[in-house]
Design a binder for this molecule. Structure first.
Ligand code: SF4
Length: 717
């Protein structure tokens, strides 16, 4: 039976970084229906999480009132008392330890205006670069990869490339479950062009791998070796684009300003990565590696997709660089269907956090805190005296929580995320959260992190506030305010402004409405490689999003970055212009696989890797509360039936997974999905702390932790 609706409004899904566009029906001050927008890139499709966008607004645990901890208990107080207490805690911490004794830990689920304002308040107002967030846990290695290879972050292609690709190379991404609507577009392509090939690289036989022409069931954490071996093979067989390499590529080792090397140097470096030399390490046959290289090399247009499987390892930046290198060696970039394409996990990790520079090392629009010129530009834009922004990069996620443990960071504001459950080696960092003065802002109460708060501030959710989200293809969308938040909940932007005022930074935060902050941010983007001056509120209200660069109000947005004639920032003539690099050339890095950070031993002989399933999201603070999803099992450990038989473990038996850091008990699910020696758990479990066992080793460049590779033992209990 049709649900009566008073009015329909355009919006976007609150969950993953696919960014599916929605039509939202409102009646009587309530959201009553959410469906896919036919004119959107998603062609009206939504996955089950998207269809449940309405339900998350009305779950029973919506946070409604501010609270302050008194005599060990969080008790309801007025907004004034909560904000005064929060500000007093921060002032005390600054008085004792200086500005770097406080921190902001944000989220790819905040609106762009919210992350931008928090970044400005902490870096420009309080004077600390301790601004980081959960995107450090999911996309940092991709961001550092893009920046080091192309000089600018974010992918160069767009979803329309899917209709032109002849080969899809999917590595470290279970798109059928984690980016299902993008995957349906890939499947549309396969259905209409049956000659399309799909190569999937994943230690599990995922639903994505079921559609593969070739599935490489790789040993976790060996992606750099595989991608080097494919490069070796492409060069050996001549399946490279020599003209593209000669005109648009340089070779370097280590950093972007290292001395240039030659193609011959690169080939010599790759001799150690011949397929037969790395096949055992990767757990593959040399024939499989050669076939993957051949399928890539003979393809007209290759589109690669990757996400956490590649990023969440201590070689994450190297793996990202090598993914981009395969495209550069073969000229598979800047043509329809030819694009390296990382998929973002959250609805606004790209636009909200990466673009606004809301990470400890960064400043807005690609600027860095370590560069004097960049700091001065931002000080001028924010009306601050020269020298106000600290030249020292702040603490990224893992060291930040370690500094709380050590008492160096004494107070932190955590917004829209649940680090007590999502951090690796979580028990260690829970100690830090217990110790610090913690202000937690969330739309759900309780969460693991909220329960540790000294001050809890209730936040509005997607349709209860206004702001901009940006998804994986650099498309910005407006999320309109359609209904009132529950109880006394407020938007995160209002909360940040009120908190900043109490700390004496009201003058800095003069832009206070979502539209005013957006306009300020548009002006700051002008002239940068992120230019989206032309993405006005008026256009966002009318159009199904706009893709940057978009430097003027009559510009339609850019599908293919760096392509003269298509990208308004590409000024040179010719096939491509990597304009964010000083010499106009992208870099192929000589990237070593390097040793495993955590070798398998007789005590810890198996590898734990983690991931997601279709119906749930992240630590399930939202999806775990939706009645329709409650019966779905998220508490199991997949292990190979051969390994299970050796242990005498049957389906449903309890097993204990122990790493050098901690243990978690889960129910066994013997499955051919995983390769022998590898076990897999979901990050969603609300009953069991899977992250007690995961590894907090980080990539030395990006600071991203290695969730995907932990040495463990599994015992039948
Ligand atoms: Fe939402 Fe992602 Fe599902 Fe699209 S694919 S409906 S963005 S969760």
């Amino acid at each position: 039976e049709a649900i009566p609706v008073d009015s329909w409004h355009k919006s976007v899904c609150r969950f993953c970084g696919s960014g599916c566009e929605t039509r939202v029906g409102v009646r009587g001050g309530k959201v009553v229906k959410v469906e896919g927008l036919q004119e959107g890139w998603n062609r009206g499709r939504l996955c089950i999480k998207g269809l449940l966008n309405r339900e998350i607004l009305y779950v029973s645990d919506r946070a409604q009132y501010p609270m302050v901890r008194k005599n060990g208990q969080l008790v309801r107080v007025s907004w004034d008392e909560a904000l005064d207490t929060a500000a007093a805690g921060f002032r005390d911490a600054i008085a004792q330890g200086g500005p770097d004794a406080v921190a902001f830990y944000g989220s790819g689920q905040l609106f762009t205006q919210e992350s931008y304002t928090a970044n400005k308040l902490f870096k420009g107002g309080i004077g600390t670069n301790n601004v980081d967030g959960n995107p450090r846990l999911c996309m940092a290695s991709a961001a550092f990869g893009y920046k080091s290879v192309f000089g600018a972050d974010e992918p160069s292609g767009c979803y329309d490339d899917i209709e032109h690709a002849t080969t899809f190379f999917v590595i470290g991404a279970n798109m059928a479950e984690c980016h299902p609507v993008v995957w349906e577009r890939v499947r549309d392509r396969i259905r209409t062009a049956p000659q399309t090939r799909v190569i999937v690289v994943d230690p599990r036989r995922t639903p994505t791998a079921r559609d593969a022409t070739l599935h490489l069931q790789i040993r976790p954490g060996t992606d750099v070796a595989l991608l080097n071996a494919m490069s070796y093979e492409l060069l050996r067989t001549g399946l490279v684009d020599r003209a593209f390499i000669d005109n648009f590529v340089t070779f370097r080792k280590g950093t972007a300003d290292a001395p240039p090397l030659t193609l011959e140097d690169f080939q010599k470096f790759l001799e150690d990565y011949a397929p037969e030399k790395v096949a055992d390490l990767c757990g593959l046959s040399s024939a499989e590696i050669r076939e993957a290289a051949r399928l890539w090399g003979i393809s007209q247009a290759v589109m690669s997709f990757w996400t956490m499987g590649l990023n969440q390892q201590t070689h994450g930046v190297a793996a990202n660089r090598m993914m981009m290198a395969l495209h550069l060696l073969t000229g598979q970039i800047g043509r329809p269907g030819a694009s390296p394409f990382s998929l973002t996990g959250q609805p606004n990790a790209g636009g909200g956090v990466r673009d606004t520079g809301s990470l400890a090392h960064a400043l807005p629009a690609g600027r860095l805190v370590s560069k004097e010129k960049d700091r001065h530009e931002m000080e001028k834009s924010w009306g601050l005296p020269e020298g106000r922004i600290s030249p020292n990069p702040g603490l990224s996620a893992v060291p930040l929580f370690e500094a709380m443990r050590e008492g160096k960071v004494r107070a932190a504001l955590v917004m829209a995320t649940n680090p007590a459950r999502s951090l690796p080696n979580a028990d260690r960092y829970r100690e830090g959260m217990e110790k610090a003065f913690l202000v937690v802002c969330d739309s759900i109460f309780p969460t693991d992190t909220a329960q540790m708060a000294d001050v809890f501030l209730p936040a509005a959710m997607w349709a209860e506030k206004e702001g901009v989200f940006s998804q994986s293809e650099r498309r910005y969308h407006l999320v309109q305010k359609l209904v009132e938040p529950p109880g006394e909940a407020r938007s995160d932007l209002e909360i940040l402004v009120a908190f900043g005022e109490r700390l004496g930074h009201g003058e800095l935060l003069k832009a206070r409405t979502p539209e005013a902050v957006w306009d300020e941010w548009r002006r700051i983007s002008a002239g940068s490689t992120y230019d989206f001056t032309g993405i006005t509120y008026a256009r966002l209200k009318e159009l199904p999003g706009l893709v940057w660069p978009c430097p003027s109000e009559d510009h339609p947005g850019t599908c293919h970055r760096y392509v003269p004639g298509k990208d308004p920032l590409a000024k040179k003539e010719g096939r491509i212009d990597f304009y964010a690099r000083p010499d106009g050339r992208a870099i192929v890095y000589l990237s070593e696989q390097g040793p495993f950070r955590e070798a398998l031993t007789s005590d810890y002989p198996m590898t734990l890797t983690t991931g997601r399933r279709l119906e749930h999201w992240h630590t399930a603070t939202l999806t775990g509360r939706i009645p329709q999803l409650q019966g779905i099992d998220i508490d199991y450990l997949e292990l190979h039936p051969g390994d299970a038989a050796v242990m005498g473990v049957k389906e449903g038996d309890w097993v204990q997974v122990t790493s050098a850091r901690g243990s978690v008990r889960l129910q066994a699910k013997p499955s051919m999905r995983v390769r022998p020696g590898v076990v897999f758990a979901l990050m969603h479990s609300m009953k069991h702390l899977v992250n007690a066992a995961t590894s907090d080793s980080v990539d030395p460049t990006s600071g991203q932790p290695e969730y995907k590779v932990a040495a463990v033992r599994v015992e039948h209990v």
